[in-house]
Write a protein that binds this ligand. Structure first.
Ligand code: NAP
Length: 688
């Protein structure tokens, strides 16, 4: 009944990389246009809303790490946890949209936990939760979830008369035949490549990237009568305001655009060491940053990680400026980004004051991530060529979903999109409305402060790969090629090269929320599993315990019981990519590392006749001892590395060990492992 409906609702979001924020704000905007009174807050702003007074709530949350809540959800979770009454929210109806990734074991764990807690406190769902999967493309779930939200929302919330001037809401279907550009029809000549040369081309003379045209098969487009399920035209949010006086802005010494959880400091690049042979499949670099001027700001223990703020590739930024016809002078002028009336700037652009366009491209927005449909829709609005407009609308419609996925397989940059649709010249402020935030890159600390407090060691693979056949386009990461370049492309395996020139790397510490750290109880055994660069934090773990043992021996002069340390490590070729071999063998020889178990995945007999290939095979082989460590000595398990195959393989192996040696059912073994994860006895630091 209408009288029972709420007059308003609230949207709360928790976002790690900006996606949940963007989606929540879009729901907020569309709901307002549809005549719903609503407000939108980030979950941590708990003093801005009062759940005891709200009747309808929409929660949008992403996940971080292994299904953990984003940092800006922590306060809200704590608030919900403290409530004792199970009827506290019995007046409230709610729904949840979770953004997760099936490559992680705890898929959309945050949304699931949140739903359970809300129900435990008496709230009732009014619409089934949506669990979007980044592995499949978030839009596959998010778009239909939002489309079906409105008829459900109207059952619990009052919808006032629609704004008749707004055609956006209805504008989700477009007839192909009536498509036109500003009322006039352009020539039908298409500039879209069906076949393009491979490889990212660079304008050699200018040192400016010129992008790679995207391959599109448009044969289906000719058959389409109308496009359905089009995303809305993105809302106008950002305004670029030029400073009154023409003033050239120099790049600040520290990047100021990115919001970070702890202060940014400029560290000095002190030394580099290449950890792999030139013929190794992946190139891995170890770097050392001098932090002695920041001892207080940069406290760390092994297991912690830190963020590096690397700029977007300069040639790419210049290529985008050139394509958008923004000259160098304009790009360096002082500007500020403000919000359009009635809107709020996305949080990643709130610091964009007294900055410049080139700084926004370097540090403000992500130019490389997979394009959202909203970006294609925006480009369609600014095309002056009808064929291009039709293609862009096709790509973001239901009819073009196969081609949209093929476009994403090519991992196009913003520049690739702009040169594939050359008639589209959106103003930069419109692009700011839809581009995701530029992200810092996180690395595990390799060293213990007990050995050296003045240096931070870390290691990484250089991200450099080709998109699949037939595209075959070379792609680079943002941060790792930048670091490789700054450190001089070190070649000789395991030779430490001190760097004498002043090279600054802006970093900040990441708060360690998942307790991935050496246990303070030094008698507790630890089982560490980390193939590839996943071994990085464990070098620090072992160093740390080694120092603790040495200190304890000096202090007490008695032999105390120290927990055994076991390390399971995997690489492809013992001569080419056995990372930190010297250090690990030394730990093993002097007895601090009880077991160093290395498996070589590309050895001729790997995986044949019962020979192990991966770390999980070695775990099974040593199953009896692993079981005893877990069952009798309360050992902890740490897993670091790839979330996709390895983490699952290791989890299965651990479950099999519990089944075989503990004589229990597989389902019970899996329950025990889940319990150990929540008890922080089984800790994982995983990256996709
Ligand atoms: P990698 O070089 O790709 O692989 C290391 C070894 O793991 C190879 O022998 C590989 O064998 C094997 N492997 C492949 N599939 C496996 C599976 N399903 N189960 C078990 N082993 C498997 O490793 P990487 O690229 O360094 O990966 C480490 C991951 O850790 C990355 O995602 C990285 O981002 C992440 N990480 C890095 C840091 C850091 O500080 N740098 C910290 C935390 C996490 P084959 O190739 O022969 O199959």
């Amino acid at each position: 009944m209408a009288s029972e409906k709420s007059s308003r609702f609230v949207i709360l979001y928790a976002s790690q990389t900006g996606n949940a924020e963007w989606i929540a704000k879009n729901i907020h905007q569309e709901a307002s246009e549809r005549g719903f009174v609503n407000e939108c807050y980030v979950m941590e702003e708990i003093d801005k809303f009062d759940l005891s007074k709200e009747n309808v709530l929409i929660l949008v949350t992403s996940n971080t790490g292994d299904g953990d809540p984003p940092d800006n959800a922590t306060k809200f979770f704590r608030f919900l946890r403290k409530i004792k009454s199970n009827t506290f929210l019995s007046h409230l109806k709610f729904t949840i949209l979770g953004l997760g990734d099936t490559n992680y074991t705890n898929f959309n764990n945050t949304a699931k936990r949140l739903e359970k807690r809300m129900i435990d406190l008496g709230a009732a769902p009014f619409y089934n939760k949506g669990l979007a999967d980044d592995a499949m493309g978030l839009e596959t779930t998010v778009d239909p979830w939002i489309a079906n939200l409105w008829p459900e929302l109207v059952k619990v919330c009052v919808q006032k008369g629609k704004d008749n001037n707004n055609t956006q809401v209805e504008n989700i279907i477009e007839s192909v035949k009536t498509l036109s550009i500003n009322g006039k029809t352009e020539s039908n000549e298409t500039s879209l490549p069906l076949e393009t040369p491979n490889g990212q081309s660079v304008d050699k003379k200018m040192g400016i990237a010129s992008g790679t045209k995207i391959m599109l098969d448009l044969s289906e487009l000719a058959k389409v009568e109308q496009f359905t399920a089009l995303p809305r035209i993105p809302t106008v949010i950002c305004k670029i305001i030029k400073s009154n006086e023409e003033r050239i802005i120099n790049s600040p010494t520290l990047p100021t655009l990115i919001n970070t959880p702890t202060p940014i400091v400029n560290t000095r690049l002190d030394a580099v060491r290449c950890l792999t042979h030139p013929e190794a499949l992946k190139r891995t670099i170890h770097l050392e940053l001098e932090i002695k001027d920041y001892r207080e700001k940069l406290e760390f223990i092994p297991g912690d990680s830190f963020g590096i703020i690397a700029p977007n590739n300069e040639k790419l930024c210049l290529g985008i400026l050139k394509t958008l016809e923004i000259d160098e002078n304009e790009a360096n002028q002082e500007i500020s980004v403000e919000s359009a009336e009635g809107t709020e700037l996305p949080s990643h652009l709130r610091n964009a004051k007294s900055t410049s366009i080139i700084e926004l491209l370097r540090y403000g927005v992500d130019l490389n991530s997979l394009p959202r449909k909203a970006l294609l829709r925006l480009l369609a609005e600014y095309t002056t060529n009808e064929e291009e407009k039709k293609t862009l609308l096709f790509l973001c419609s239901k009819q073009g979903s196969v081609q949209f996925n093929l476009l994403r397989e090519q991992v196009p940059t913003l520049l690739d999109l702009l040169i594939t649709f050359p008639s589209s010249k959106p103003p930069l402020e419109r692009l700011l409305d839809v581009l995701p935030p530029h992200q810092p890159r996180y690395y595990s600390i390799v060293n213990s402060p007990l050995v050296n407090r003045d240096l931070l060691h870390f290691a990484f693979n250089i991200v450099d790969y080709k998109t699949p056949v037939p595209y075959n386009v070379r792609k680079y990461g943002v941060c790792t090629p930048w670091l490789d370049n700054l450190s001089g492309y070190a070649k000789e395996i395991n030779k430490r090269v001190p760097l004498t020139t002043d090279i600054n790397i802006p970093i900040f510490m990441k708060p360690n929320s998942n307790e991935f750290a050496v246990p303070s109880d030094i008698s507790r055994p630890i089982i560490m599993i980390g193939p590839g660069t996943g071994v990085a934090p464990f070098v620090g773990f072992i160093q740390h315990r080694e120092q603790q043992i040495i200190a304890e021996r000096k202090l007490n002069n008695i032999e105390k019981t120290f927990g055994e340390m076991w390390l399971f490590y995997g690489c492809r070729d013992i001569e080419k990519d056995y990372l930190y071999r010297e250090e690990l063998e030394r730990f093993s020889e002097n007895g601090f590392l009880k077991e160093l178990l290395v498996v070589i995945s590309r050895a001729p007999n790997a995986g044949l006749n019962g020979n192990p290939k991966y770390v999980q095979d070695l775990l099974r082989k040593r199953g009896q001892e692993i079981y005893e460590l877990l069952d009798q000595k309360n050992a902890m398990i740490f897993v670091c590395g790839d979330a996709q195959g390895m983490a699952k393989g290791v989890n299965d192996a651990l479950a099999d060990i519990l089944v075989e040696h503990g004589k229990i059912q597989k389902s019970d073994a899996l329950k025990i492992l889940t319990q150990w994860i929540s008890d922080k006895r089984y800790l994982r630091d995983l990256v996709r």
